[in-house]
Unconditional design. Structure first.
Length: 610
């Protein structure tokens, strides 16, 4: 099924083509964020190796040859001067490209790629976030971006360097002794094989550590994040359990490190030392001495430069194989990013209908729904009509399906069977963004953002605010008096995440702030999911009255465990196990003396007199 999006290609062995293609894809992403960064990185790699070739092979070779065959000093001096000038020009280019352009452009590359990923993360179906596998992979992909940009830049530069080394030394070998290339190729093939093994080991080691490292990070966060500080202090047993978890996770990380360390060491040793040293230093030098002394086909000055070039070619190839292993590792990560970016949204607009501003009529026709993680329906064949302007309360015990039902109304998920209609049109036929925009919602697990109070109300940049409407929204939610006590009033920053003088509001105040969003936004359908759960009974009563007043001409669906809140609804719908079991006004349902009445009696004593 589609949620296994990260399984698709990662587990398959990567072909050379997919390694190449994934790196090409990432370089293209970098290029679209900053073309100059990519171009200068590549050119600087070429420049670097051209300079080395010019100095170490051509210049030194020429000087040695001049000494061996007594060339005139003037000619030698002139050639040295030209070479020094060329090398200096190259240095100037490096300072410009490497130190100036790359530093200036790197943040642009990071921002460009991350924005693409965030944009996608924002739009993928909510269903994806219910899937831990998806979530882990997403977090891993995003957290790796900076690292990958550095690695891919190094890769690009490395490839350009290696290719320049191979082309220049290759030409040199062909002019002096073509057979030397065979020595170089043999080393290359052997090192390539071992690099692949090494790369796979590295990746497996990282993947096997990943779940335990995440566990470790979670415990670390619990101990230093403000949000957990109170609970951790009050519940010492929780701390014990977490510390135990931390130790276990550490042990697991250590165990997987140890499992791979030995193998990695041997493979690395063989590829780095045995091949290059054995083949290079022993066999090749013997071969060159033979050429210089027996058939006398090369001069002594050429012997020195050939040996030097051989080492450069071997190390150039070694770098290329190293580049390849980095590229293969990057390929696996990029594949995750590509799978993520390629993820086909399921909840998409099927039409382009635009919702009207007037109160919505909502109809559910034989709606059933199952979460993808569990085939059992949690909403079972519900049919229901909510008239424009009606205030409907959904009640029921935990797990009855209330939140799921409102998520279906908002099209955060699509129904498995049946249809939801708004003003007679299937909600799948609306433009998705416009449809969602037409609904105002406050959830029990609302989030307050590290931004100003005004921005938290309007959910946009502060300068787009209609000040009077913001004040009114804050008054309606009951937060206005508190805002007046703050130094910067509604410009006060919430949380001290970005500003030292930011204010942390209480749970109830935050809830009022979240409710202000609904008062500010002019929506034709309001969904209030436990909007007052953190408030004391009086504030709750006030907030509910304010909400009913502010939404008098809107269709409102609200969920609350506290029946004292829902009793004012025009109609109460009681859900149980994904089905409607009772429906009617508060008084009707009490008369019926069924499940709602039983629930009411259990709660009524708490704070409301009937
Ligand atoms: P309520 O809001 O009435 O407490 P919910 O709609 O949250 O009920 O839950 C209805 C059922 O769906 C429960 O059995 C719950 O465990 C299940 N459920 C809720 N969210 C998910 C999810 N994201 N993935 C799988 N099952 C879920």
């Amino acid at each position: 099924m589609s949620l296994n999006l990260f399984k698709k290609k990662n587990d398959a062995k990567q072909s050379f083509f997919s390694v190449f293609d994934n790196n090409r894809f990432f370089i293209k992403m970098m290029f679209s964020a900053s073309p100059s960064y990519v171009i200068y990185t590549a050119l600087d790699g070429v420049r670097n190796e051209l300079s080395i070739f010019l100095e170490h092979t051509l210049l030194i070779g020429y000087v040695l040859e001049a000494a061996e065959f007594n060339y005139p000093f003037k000619r030698v001096g002139l050639i040295i001067l030209i070479a020094v000038l060329l090398i200096s020009l190259g240095m100037v280019f490096t300072v410009y490209a490497g130190n100036y352009v790359a530093e200036k452009e790197r943040p642009k590359v990071r921002e460009g790629i991350k924005l693409k990923l965030y944009e996608k993360a924002r739009s993928v179906d909510l269903e994806c976030y219910d899937n831990p596998e998806f979530y882990n992979e997403l977090v891993l992909s995003i957290s790796e971006v900076d690292n990958r940009i550095d690695r891919v830049s190094a890769f690009l530069r490395g490839v350009c360097e290696s290719i320049t080394v191979l082309v220049t030394t290759g030409i040199y070998f062909l002019t002096k002794d073509g057979r030397s290339i065979i020595f170089v190729l043999v080393s290359f093939i052997l090192m390539y094989i071992f690099s692949l093994i090494y790369n796979r080991l590295n990746y497996n080691a990282k993947i096997s550590k990943n779940p335990h490292e995440r566990e470790r990070d979670y415990v670390k966060r619990v101990f230093y994040l403000n949000d957990y500080a109170k609970e951790v202090r009050l519940n010492t047993e929780v701390s014990e359990v977490l510390l135990q978890k931390f130790e276990n996770a550490n042990d697991e990380v250590y165990r997987s490190e140890r499992r791979f360390a030995g193998k990695k060491f041997i493979v690395d040793f063989v590829r780095k030392h045995i091949f290059s040293n054995m083949l290079g230093d022993v066999f090749y030098i013997s071969y060159l001495i033979y050429l210089a002394t027996v058939p006398k086909t090369i001069a002594l000055s050429a012997l020195v430069i050939l040996f030097n070039s051989f080492n450069r070619a071997v190390y150039g190839l070694k770098d290329l194989t190293d580049c390849y292993s980095t590229a293969a590792e990057t390929g696996l990560y990029v594949q995750k990013i590509r799978n993520f970016l390629d993820y086909k949204l399921k909840v998409v607009s099927h039409g382009d209908a635009v919702p009207t501003a007037s109160a919505k009529k909502v109809e559910l026709k034989n709606v059933s729904f199952a979460y993808s993680s569990n085939p059992e329906n949690v909403i079972k064949d519900i049919s229901l009509t909510i008239n424009p302007g009606e205030k409907v309360a959904l009640v029921g015990y935990n797990g009855a399906g209330k939140t799921t039902l409102v998520k279906l109304l908002m099209r955060l998920y699509d129904v498995t069977e049946g249809a939801v209609l708004a003003d007679g049109i299937d909600i799948r036929d609306y433009n998705l963004n416009k449809y969602r925009d037409s609904i105002g919602a406050v959830f029990q697990d609302f989030e307050i953002f590290a931004a100003s109070i005004t921005e938290n109300v309007i959910m946009e940049q502060g300068d787009k605010a209609d000040k009077d409407r913001v004040d009114k929204a804050l008054k309606d939610s009951g937060l206005y008096d508190r805002v007046l006590t703050l130094k910067d009033k509604s410009d006060t920053q919430i949380t001290n995440e970005f500003f030292d003088d930011g204010v942390n509001l209480s749970g109830g105040e935050n809830q009022k702030l979240a409710a202000s969003r609904v008062f500010y936004k002019d929506n034709s359908l309001m969904i209030l999911d436990e909007p007052s759960s953190a408030l004391d009974p009086i504030s709750e009563y006030q907030l509910n009255q304010a909400m009913l007043k502010a939404t008098s001409d809107k269709t409102v669906i609200f969920i609350s465990h506290r029946l004292s809140t829902t009793r004012f609804a025009d109609r109460i719908i009681m859900l149980e196990n994904g089905k409607i079991v009772e429906s009617g006004s508060h008084d009707e349902l009490l008369k019926q003396n069924g499940k709602y009445a039983a629930m009411w009696k259990a709660q009524a004593g708490a704070y409301i007199k009937v």
